[in-house]
Design a protein around this ligand. Structure first.
Ligand code: TYD
Length: 252
């Protein structure tokens, strides 16, 4: 179980996870959001799962390379994802949040719920037990679920991949990706407090603005939030650093 130092909730960083199927645009949108948060004066760290810490990156290699096929079944695979998460949370995520840094993570435990649970038929009981051990009560403050039609996502993933072979999950059938999309949509419906479902079948800038509005509204407490206008060089020179926003206190 992850231990936390006694820090007031407003001093702690916020934990935002990004989820979605293949080609949803998570990594692009994470970078855009990290830039915006940094411009707002907030320390941020961008990380990913599986991986994100040296130990977890070793497990990532096992899971996503061809070696993964040698692992004996979905339960064993779920244990490996959980082992990677445990290391990542202990060595990177929890210390960063404790320092007041905002953590933006490309995939987190919802990926296990969807890929290993809904699609891999690993029982909710096992996934729940692994979740208790690896993250305890430290749920994300916000989970951004990027939603794109399956055909669009697969096309984007193929473009990004170029001539490289698809990884273990990219190589799955269209039916698999359709079920994946549905499973994410169900999580968004079941946990509206934590999750925001973003229509990501649009221009990157438009999607980025949608996410920024959700972050301002839910985490920064800027209820009248509007997408910021593009800064001109003169604006940049004149811009004063914004005061550190008071984030809403949310239960973890
Ligand atoms: P990655 O190369 O990071 O691709 P993506 O851009 O899709 O995030 O691959 C990570 C893969 O691992 C992805 O297909 C989802 C899968 N995964 C799980 O099955 N369970 C998990 O808990 C996590 C974190 C990822």
């Amino acid at each position: 179980m992850v231990e936390h130092s006694p820090m007031s909730p407003s001093q702690r960083g916020r934990f935002i996870t990004f989820e979605g199927g293949e080609g949803a645009g998570k990594s692009t949108q994470i970078k855009l959001l990290a830039d915006r948060l940094q411009k707002a004066g907030l320390q941020t760290v961008v990380t990913r799962e599986p991986g994100g810490s040296p130990g977890a990156e070793v497990i990532r290699h096992l899971l996503l390379s061809g070696i993964g096929g040698l692992i004996g079944g979905p339960e064993a695979e779920a244990l490996l994802f959980a082992a990677a998460r445990d290391d990542h949370v202990r060595t990177l995520i929890a210390p960063a949040l404790d320092r007041g840094t905002w953590v933006l993570c490309d995939r987190f435990y919802d990926s296990s719920r969807v890929y290993q649970g809904s699609l891999g038929a690993v029982s909710p009981a096992l996934l729940g037990a692994l979740q208790d051990v690896t993250i305890g009560a430290m749920k994300p403050d916000l989970t951004v679920i990027l939603d794109v039609p399956v055909e669009v996502g697969l096309k984007r993933a193929a473009l990004r991949r170029g001539s490289a072979a698809p990884d273990r999950f990219e190589g799955e059938t269209t039916d698999f990706h359709r079920k994946l999309r549905e499973a994410y949509r169900q999580i968004a419906v079941a946990e509206p407090e934590r999750c925001v479902l973003i229509d990501a079948n649009a221009d990157q800038k438009v999607v980025g603005d949608r996410i920024w509005l959700a972050v301002q509204d839910r985490l920064l407490g800027w209820p009248q939030a509007k997408p910021e206008p593009a800064a001109t060089p003169t604006d940049k020179a004149a811009a004063k650093p914004k005061p550190k926003p008071k984030a809403k206190v949310r239960s973890r």
